[in-house]
Design a protein around this ligand. Structure first.
Ligand SMILES: Nc1ncnc2c1ncn2[C@@H]1O[C@H](COP(=O)(O)OP(=O)(O)OP(=O)(O)O)[C@@H](O)[C@H]1O
Length: 259
């Protein structure tokens, strides 16, 4: 239907309210943040929610061994094995380079991540075979860490393939603790959405918060919202706001996501 933008629910408690329903279909969302801010957990939760609701998914692993990923996901109760067996979930192993016994059991392996065209071919195959509607790349930063000038080109190639195949995607972007940006200008302008996860010290305690910086195709919440990571994953408090006071943040009641 023209004029109506279909939304993809992330299933992350509290987060979809901030997007008035979810991520616009086929968007590429940059999930940016410093170390330990929850990017991996957030993106895996997004995939698992799709799986249990009948939407196949692909996870492109550049930072962790696929065996470790399955184990970590299971620790939150997200057992992806049965979906892999049914051909509805695929991990693209772009971590091991095909080296090691465990890697030999992986179905989708990228031998060299320096070769973006090889990566794209394997990702395309995994998406086609699983009919994936949700894709996560964890992390895209790994693809251009040593060659920042290539970042935009790499991103645009991936974006064309993923949106062309109809997938709604999260690209994890690693930034340093002090960096205010989201992963470099080439990247930030190329993507359709930017969500930033933060971890800040407030009164001697680390507080997690997020902001939706941009999201093409929908209106979205503009406040900094606190969130927690629990045994069941990420929970966003869409009716609370984290305020910056000078150089400090403070958690307060109020500021509902409904306008
Ligand atoms: N079961 C749990 N309950 C509460 N918090 C947890 C649990 N498991 C992990 N965490 C928190 O999540 C953090 C790791 O989250 P995650 O791996 O998603 O971060 P990340 O942003 O991907 O980090 P990096 O960029 O360093 O890989 C841990 O540092 C810890 O604080």
């Amino acid at each position: 239907m023209s004029g109506v933008i279909e939304k993809v629910k992330t299933g992350i408690p509290g987060f979809d309210d901030l997007l008035y329903g979810g991520i616009p279909k086929r968007n590429i969302v940059l999930l940016s943040g410093g170390p330990g801010t929850g990017k991996t957990i957030f993106s895996q939760q997004y995939l698992y929610y799709g799986l249990v609701n009948g939407e196949p998914a692909v996870l492109v692993a550049l930072e962790e061994h696929p065996v470790q990923i399955r184990r970590n996901m299971a620790s939150f109760g997200w057992d992806v094995r049965r979906f892999e067996e049914e051909g509805k979930f695929a991990i693209v192993d772009a971590f091991t380079g095909g080296i090691g016994e465990a890697a030999k059991r992986e179905r989708y392996v990228v031998k060299s991540v320096d070769d973006v065209s090889e990566l794209i071919d394997v990702v395309r195959q995994a998406i086609r075979e699983s009919k994936a509607e949700r894709v996560v790349i964890d992390s895209v930063s790994t693809l251009y860490l040593t060659k920042p000038a290539m970042a935009r080109g790499v991103l645009m190639q991936l974006k064309r393939v993923l949106a062309g195949l109809g997938a709604t995607s999260i690209f994890v972007s690693q930034v340093s603790v002090t960096e205010r940006g989201f992963g470099g200008p080439g990247v930030e302008h190329a993507v359709d959405g930017i969500v930033r996860l933060d971890l800040d010290e407030v009164d001697g305690e680390l507080v997690r918060s997020l902001v939706i910086w941009k999201m093409r195709g929908t209106k979205h919440d503009m406040r900094r919202r606190p969130f927690d990571i629990t045994d069941k994953g990420v929970v966003v408090y869409s009716n609370k706001v984290v305020k910056l006071k000078g150089i400090f943040y403070r958690v307060e009641e109020g500021g509902s996501s409904e306008q």
